[in-house]
Design a protein around this ligand. Sequence first.
Ligand code: NAP
Length: 304
Amino acid sequence: MKLEAAQLASRIKQEVQAEIEKMVNKRGARPCLAAVRVGEDPASAVYVRNKIRACEEVGIRSELQALPESTNTSELLNLIASLNEREDVDGILTQLPLPAAIDEIAIIEALDPAKDVDGFHPVNAGKLAMGRPVFVPCTPAGIIELLDDNRIEIRGANACVVGRSQIVGRPMAQLLLQRDATVTICHSRTRDLAAVTRTADLLVVAIGRAGFIGRDHIKPGATVIDVGMNKVSDVHAVRSLFVGEADKRLEVVAKRGYTLVGDVHPAEASEVAGMLTPVPGGVGLLTVAMLMKNTLKAASLRRR
Ligand code: NAP
């Protein structure tokens, strides 16, 4: 069964919109999200555009700070400092990855944790690790909403998270642990990955390798959450990944030059998994919705 996320994502945005209208009626000022993008990475430009469009949908004021590729760490730190100080800015998002010359960790650590709507600052990561979350990274937070919305039991489940990035894998594992799952975290050095992932009732994959997790990695009936977003344009690869649905995907490739594929092999996984999130149409939609929710939360906490 496909675990689609579109309806849930639009419901979350509607709820945020209703709360924002209440806030505006009560206090006058609209919440404001400042989006910072550095350089010309086309994928980052698309992500930021989608986030700004979502702000417009829910009634959050947004401000785009698009800086040239040549920006250095201290210039970006100055911008972050000024956004931290501005009373009218409730949330700051810095689109990652930043150009290689910029010290990404220094930038994340410079954010005011109260405006860190991506939940990447060490204070927010630490609070999550202590079981007292304030701002949780949007992708794993959205996955929890999706599981709850579909009444998929987390408590007591054997959960396996493949990938240990700061933005997905680690916070995902923390959230599942907080919800009483028994959590295993896998990564590129895990021995016999398939033997470990096959024990999971709940398998979350965030590794950035198109179609890597196949039938041998999945326990029959497991819930599989595919976080990956990889561009694939090779015709043979598309045919082997999508089999019966390959023609539709090849039309997309002909139109756009690529199709989006997750980290899970869609055709193989659908033979064994109980539930599977599609790519696109799955986790990605929730990430933006949760960013809106975090921005509303930042504004509510700051204006209390
Ligand atoms: P990342 O920072 O590149 O981390 C990848 C992780 O996967 C690392 O922990 C790495 O292990 C592990 N890994 C790589 N190859 C592996 C293998 N063969 N076997 C087991 N583990 C392996 O990735 P990320 O930022 O978390 O992103 C992962 C994917 O999710 C990407 O496709 C990205 O585009 C997508 N993504 C989607 C959304 C969304 O909204 N849908 C949001 C964020 C990310 P090591 O630590 O040992 O190197």
